[in-house]
Design a protein around this ligand. Sequence first.
Ligand SMILES: NC(=O)C1=CN([C@@H]2O[C@H](COP(=O)(O)OP(=O)(O)OC[C@H]3O[C@@H](n4cnc5c(N)ncnc54)[C@H](OP(=O)(O)O)[C@@H]3O)[C@@H](O)[C@H]2O)C=CC1
Ligand SMILES: O=C(CO)COP(=O)(O)O
Length: 342
Amino acid sequence: MSEQANLSPTLVLGAGAWGTALAMAMARNGHETWLWGRDKQHYLQMQTSRENAKYLPGIAFPDALSVVDDVHKAIQSCGHVLISVPSKAFVESLQMIKPMLAAKTPVSWATKGLAPDTGELLYDVARSALGESHPLAVISGPSFAAEVAANLPTAFTVASEDGDFAKQLAGLFHSPTLRVYTTYDVLGVQIGGTVKNVLAISAGISDGLGYGANARAALITRGMAEIRRLAAALGAETETLFGLSGIGDLILTCTDDQSRNRQLGLAIGRGLSVDDAVKFVGKTVEGMDAAREVMLRARQADIEMPIVEQVCKILFEGYDPRESVQALLCREQKAELTPPVN
Ligand SMILES: NC(=O)C1=CN([C@@H]2O[C@H](COP(=O)(O)OP(=O)(O)OC[C@H]3O[C@@H](n4cnc5c(N)ncnc54)[C@H](OP(=O)(O)O)[C@@H]3O)[C@@H](O)[C@H]2O)C=CC1
Ligand SMILES: O=C(CO)COP(=O)(O)O
């Protein structure tokens, strides 16, 4: 992609919390931004009140943000598409844009997770669905939608194999309150953003059970070791996992109750069944699907991810959370670091 390519206007597909917050951030910088959601009633509400009362009530849309109804026309005439739907709707979104997308129009997404069932990385899914001509990028990092919408200081990462596109996309968001870093390591960024959701469920369970700060810190640290193992096995850069999209997002979602993944864990730890906890949270919880898919990728790569494994047992096999914590504690004694062999 040339440095001069025009990304404007950006069409954001998915008028949930994160799609809306990202659209607001771009529009606040004066970039023409179109926001589309699948629900007609929701469209009418946003169009009339100039806010997203369903997901981010009370925060007015900037002037440069328009809510669009005719998504087909918008896909044909935009300069860039940003997908912000849950991972289970990602393939559907690609299929929707593909027939109307002009050649070479860049596509990015803010979805965190893997492809349902196969556990494929979304970058690979997008590449094979859209072909080679569209620059692709992933947006990830420690960033709660409500805080970005409220213009509170935030930093996140844009990853693309196309350095010019990464720079341009980061530039759409960059502002005195939003610091956006770029990287080429699309693999590492996707792995960090996916696995941290499963680990946030585990931290929530531990806190919900009343285990203390020590247990939470142990889960975060040993969880990080699991992310690193998977990332190394799949060929990501270790450095990425120590950045915003790795440790940054892991700390955010394991420690703050705004995280829906952590909320799910808290509800389970406090005694709700998994089904009741899902209903209680009532929002998108990516870690539910990711747990299964991450486990699949770990088995394929022949690596151990004991915390993710216990989360799967609790979510899908009816294991008692206390027994799962016990199982983690009762693993054989291990070295955190072994001396180098001369
Ligand atoms: N919220 C956050 O703070 C952050 C979220 N993310 C990631 O962003 C992604 C989206 O999350 P978020 O915005 O929070 O989720 P929300 O639940 O707030 O919104 C999801 C949006 O996707 C729409 N949607 C669901 N299924 C489809 C579909 N099949 N076709 C079109 N639209 C669909 C929903 O429409 P409807 O309203 O009609 O159901 C809704 O507008 C997730 O992967 C999440 O992990 C990443 C960073 C921060
Ligand atoms: O990814 C997020 C912040 O970076 C949002 O986390 P939750 O999906 O757990 O709410």
